[in-house]
Ligand binder design. Sequence first.
Ligand code: FES
Ligand SMILES: [Fe+2]
Length: 342
Amino acid sequence: MPALDHWHPVLLSRDLKQAPVGVRLAGHDIVLFRGERSCIGALADNCPHRHMRLSMGKVVQHRLQCMYHGWSFDCHGGGESPATPKLYAQAVKFDAMEKHGAVWVKSADSNPAFPAFDIDGYYNVCNLHHRARAPLELTLDNFCEIEHTPTTHDFFGYPLDKMHEVAVEFQTTDTSVRVINQGPSKKINWFLRLLLGIRRRYQFMDDWTTYFSPVYSVYDHWWADPTGQKASMVRWRLYIFFTPVDEQETAITTFAFTKSRYPGPAGCMRLFKWLMRRKLNHEINLDVRILENLTDMNTSIEGMKLSRFDKVLGLNRERIDRIYRGEAKAASKGPVSAGVSS
Ligand code: FES
Ligand SMILES: [Fe+2]
């Protein structure tokens, strides 16, 4: 199944207003616009007449009008030419839908399942969009291990001097990779401790699963006492989608939810939405800075000296090749355990 055959979040809904918007997905330029009766148009950003960029046009009476000669297209790509009314023109069309506050796109002739969001009892604190000038695999690598959290992150993760105490466990299925980490928490300022209900002896728990149609990870973050009997008042669940813009760049789309045991609507989280959003945005920008300063953008794990936290890199690559890119010959980039040392 080629990359375009999976549902990808390509734009946050709030960024698609009256004007068309051009996006890039796996090397394909696509124009999005709002058509008739809440239909989202997703067409190749290329007018079938004489190849003008359609995203430079405008929406007139629910049709996307090309800037060059005024041909217009409905959200299924059906075109009309004002100068030649009997002419039939069809723009290349993609399937599109709006869900969870984002616009999702896939190829027109595929039938994948839409990613399942398990968010009962959770409150959507924010949706964020970032871009990293790094390939898909390297971007996912960064989001799938916690060894970088002491030095890269301010809030999430573990302290460097206690990293050796952090336990890591991997659980796999044919279509998913789960990573579970548990260890001493970083120092967290008193206000956040109070807000999230984190007690002094609590450890940081980090449990996420990556899926590959499309490529995304579902992260649960919370704090708990080592026995697991008591836990923080608030926990996070993040759905982070890794969408190749092209071979060199990856979009990171985050749907962030919290579950709070405090009384009141949304467990009082509405009041602190702005703070959660700011923190999360800052933490992801720290990841982007790391990714954009890698010296080698080759996606192979050959030649890397990997740690006990990095076993996930090979597990993910095998599934990206097989499930996401639909390559018949999987794991061509070396065995999963290559270079792993503990
Ligand atoms: S190029 Fe689009 S109408 Fe002519
Ligand atoms: Fe990170």
